[in-house]
Write a protein that binds this ligand. Structure first.
Ligand code: CIR
Length: 264
């Protein structure tokens, strides 16, 4: 069974962190109904939803992706790069404990889940304002006994690695080449975003289906023309908070694998 952790939109989302965007008024009610629609799509796709209550004093708390990295063998609770977001991890960690053994990134390390792109047993980590060297070193130390490789990737012009590149098929990437170099991901096939839609590289892959924002119709056509199955959702109000579709959930297989072999 696939589990999706989400958290209701905070009533204080208007005070969210913004790095590359200008602040525009966010309609909280619209944001909530868009988020509900997003959750409904996840349920339609077969996810078991674990919905956390809203956090009135944590404006960005709907973006649960940044608070944890969930692997088959363990979960890593992050220490988000933005100070205003550090408290978000607590509620998420409590739920994750039901499914995985938990480890924590500790000071002085910082790491945002939006900077970690897992492809098989490689974790690509964006070098951004949110993730520092200590965060990457701690990640490496925690996951290398489980035979994961960690590769850092230069990112320019956007918030997180996954603003610039996400996985849209088993071995296919959706990428904004102005923000990240596709060669960093080896010889994988990739789909370019439409240059008129710079924020269009963030798609959420659940099984073999994609959740994708309604606001990037040109890139959507490129995905559909490749035969990908896409569920479209309007997340315009969450996009004003510099959010996207991957950041509103933590998605993982419920069951733990057996016979984990650790390195000596
Ligand atoms: C932030 O700046 O932290 C939030 N306003 C947006 C976080 C989006 N998270 C993500 O893409 N993983």
């Amino acid at each position: 069974m696939i589990v999706a952790i989400t958290r209701e939109v905070s009533p204080s989302i208007a005070r969210c962190e913004l790095t590359h965007l200008t602040r525009h008024e966010i309609d909280v009610e619209v944001a909530r109904s868009q988020h509900l629609q997003y959750e409904k799509i996840l349920m339609d796709m077969g996810c078991h939803l674990r919905r956390l209550p809203p956090e009135p004093n944590l404006p960005d708390s709907v973006f649960v992706e940044d608070t944890a990295i969930v692997l088959d063998e363990l979960a890593l609770v992050t220490r988000p790069g933005a100070t205003s977001r550090r408290e978000e991890t607590r509620g998420v960690a409590e739920v994750l404990r039901e499914y995985r053994t938990i480890f924590h990134i500790v000071s002085p390390g910082t790491l945002d889940g939006g900077d970690v792109l897992q492809i098989g047993r490689t974790l690509y980590v964006g070098k951004t304002g949110r993730t520092n060297e200590s965060g990457v070193d701690q990640l490496m130390e925690l996951v290398s006994p489980y035979k994961y490789k960690v590769e850092t990737v230069e990112v320019e012009g956007c918030l997180h690695l996954k603003s610039a590149v996400t996985l849209v098929g088993e071995n296919t990437l959706l990428i904004n080449k102005s923000w990240v170099d596709p060669k960093r991901f080896g010889s994988r096939e990739y789909i370019d975003i439409d240059p008129m839609e710079p924020y269009a590289a963030n798609a959420l892959l659940v099984g073999d289906q994609l959740v994708y924002p309604a606001s990037f119709p040109k890139t959507l056509r490129r995905l559909e023309s490749k035969g990908l199955s896409v569920r479209v959702v309007d997340v315009s109000e969450l996009q004003k908070a510099e959010g996207a579709v991957t950041c509103c959930s933590l998605i993982f297989e419920k069951s733990l694998p057996i016979n984990i072999e650790l390195d000596a």
